[in-house]
Unconditional design. Structure first.
Length: 110
């Protein structure tokens, strides 16, 4: 996949769209730039998980996991679902999965 080439004769509308998308992309990258949030997303790629399951998978305390889930929720990357006392989270859309595939290719694959 080739990246678009910026040229001198971009319209103001095209420049505005680039600026708007850069802001969105920057917010997305900031949200996943924390190791704990990145690992939560990695676990959610395989499907919905409860907060308790994520605590166990991450070997982290509930408060830390909940704090990171809160940030991911605010950024629109995860969606919660309550079932009784348990809260389950899943990926909100395919953006995190696509990014994690790239991260895996760059950093994890031999």
């Amino acid at each position: 996949m080739a990246l678009p080439v910026l040229h001198d004769d971009l319209t103001e509308s095209e420049l505005d769209k680039i600026v708007d998308n850069a802001t969105i992309a920057s917010s997305f990258l900031k949200a996943i730039s924390h190791e704990g949030r990145l690992m939560i997303l990695c676990h959610l790629v395989t499907g919905e998980k409860s907060v308790t399951e994520l605590e166990d998978l991450l070997s982290a305390r509930q408060a830390a996991v909940s704090q990171q889930l809160s940030r991911l929720r605010l950024e629109g990357l995860v969606v919660p679902r309550r079932d009784g006392k348990a809260i389950y989270y899943r990926l909100a859309d395919d953006r995190p999965r696509k990014m994690l595939e790239t991260v895996y290719e760059l950093f994890c694959k031999d």
